[in-house]
Design a protein around this ligand. Structure first.
Ligand SMILES: [Ca+2]
Ligand SMILES: [Ca+2]
Ligand SMILES: [Ca+2]
Length: 410
């Protein structure tokens, strides 16, 4: 009898523990999961919920839109157009020089400047750009497509009251394919798609201290071939699918200061963190078979990262690293992230607003604004460069968290 009571006691404790665990799990299951279920149901009921629409038809002098950044004060978008489509790869000569433009809140496009060609290569290839702590624009000038000899630069475009003054300074020299750029506090980070020579493909991340960059009048010359200490992350690229050896491309930073980047050639995503001494740790967080990552963007309102999959004419959604969120449909990943496709379309010219090799995006007022690069590489869905030259928009307000309600005072 006594033995029977003991067994019963254990059983009761086990049931209580189980119940508690289940209750705990339920409490832990965030409101977001239920909200995401609603989102999934919304998409099931309306497959066109996140269908892109035409945002802008661009003039020919802006036929190759790429990097964007949003001014947090005014909401103005700054847009770089390297205009590679009409470039002679030997001389760097282009029918249309590279431009910097602004897009105001009403969607009005204005050309702010034409970038002067770099005298050593005959062209300027502005891609990623970011507003620095000094209010100036820092621009990746990608020279790789005319010279694979570490000619690429970081430029500083001096700004005053939202417009360039006309002064452009070279701040860093000696990169290979600088692509995306961001400031995290007083640190400047840049992805370099081909920084390191390798049998197939390898690139990395540059990190500079603000004091090395801000106010600089003479360029900082970095060592080539991955030998410079500012190249703090190095990753390889897998030879798969379309056999593109391009490494780190898009990059963004979340509200916790975690930096994310992804490879153009194999689509693998990484998260970068630094400890209190500044030591860098790079974790591979996603390698799910999709094979392309161009520009990426973290939207704080939805607490989600959006990926331009140039290969598939697609936008993918990634949850932040170490997040407890559970997104549906579930695609369990040991690194605690989930990734799913927001939209994908076939090859087209972009006239209706469908994606035509999406390269970069920003989110402004609940609207995802996407630049369609439309400069095809082998293996992409986009087969040809074609007019019209377009930017697309997707309303992502269904994904964004409700703003916290102000507490009522009694
Ligand atoms: Ca890019
Ligand atoms: Ca097009
Ligand atoms: Ca096209």
């Amino acid at each position: 009898m006594k033995k029977c009571m003991t067994v019963l006691g254990f059983a009761v404790i086990a049931v209580l523990l189980l119940a508690e665990t289940s209750l705990f799990a339920q409490l832990q299951r965030p409101l977001l999961q239920r909200r995401n279920r609603v989102r999934v149901r919304q998409v099931q009921q309306n497959p066109d919920l996140f269908k892109p629409e035409l945002y802008l038809e661009l003039p020919e002098w802006c036929h190759n839109p790429d990097g964007m950044t949003v001014c947090p004060k005014t909401g103005t978008i700054y847009l770089n157009c390297p205009n590679f489509n009409t470039m002679d790869r030997k001389t760097g000569k282009k029918d249309f020089p590279a431009t910097l433009s602004s897009i105001d809140k009403d969607g009005k496009l204005e050309k702010l400047l034409e970038y002067p060609p770099f005298e050593e290569t005959g062209q300027c290839g502005p891609m990623g750009l970011a507003i620095g702590p000094d209010g100036n624009l820092y621009v990746c000038d990608n020279q790789f497509f005319v010279s694979a000899d570490y000619k690429s630069r970081l430029l500083c475009v001096e700004m005053k009251e939202g417009k360039p003054t006309g002064k452009i300074t070279t701040v860093v020299e000696g990169m290979q394919l600088p692509n995306a750029i961001l400031w995290r506090g007083d640190e400047l980070w840049i992805t370099d798609t081909c920084a390191v020579p390798d049998e197939f493909g390898a690139g990395g991340l540059w990190r500079f201290k603000g004091e090395e960059i801000l106010g600089r009048t003479e360029p900082l010359k970095v060592l080539p071939k991955g030998e410079d200490e500012h190249l703090v992350v190095k990753v390889k690229v897998k030879k798969i699918g379309r056999e593109d050896n391009s490494g780190p491309d898009g990059m963004t930073v979340d509200k916790n200061g975690i930096i994310y980047f992804g490879n153009f050639g194999d689509g693998v995503m990484y998260a970068v963190t630094t400890d209190k001494d500044g030591k860098v740790k790079c974790d591979k967080i996603l390698d799910d078979g999709y094979q392309c990552c161009d520009g990426i963007f973290y939207d704080e309102n939805s607490d989600l990262i959006f990926i331009n999959d140039s290969q598939r004419n697609s936008i993918r959604v990634l949850t932040p690293f170490n997040s407890n969120r559970v997104l549906l449909p579930p695609s369990p990943n040991p690194n605690g992230v989930r990734c799913w496709t927001l939209w994908e379309n076939d090859d087209n010219d972009g006239a209706e607003g469908l994606l035509d090799q999406p390269a970069e995006l920003v989110v402004r007022d609940g609207k995802m604004i996407i630049s369609n690069f439309d400069w095809p590489f082998p293996g992409l869905k986009n087969t040809k460069y074609d007019a019209p030259h377009t930017m697309s928009v997707i309303d992502i307000t269904p994904l964004q968290n409700r703003q916290p309600r102000p507490r009522q005072t009694r």
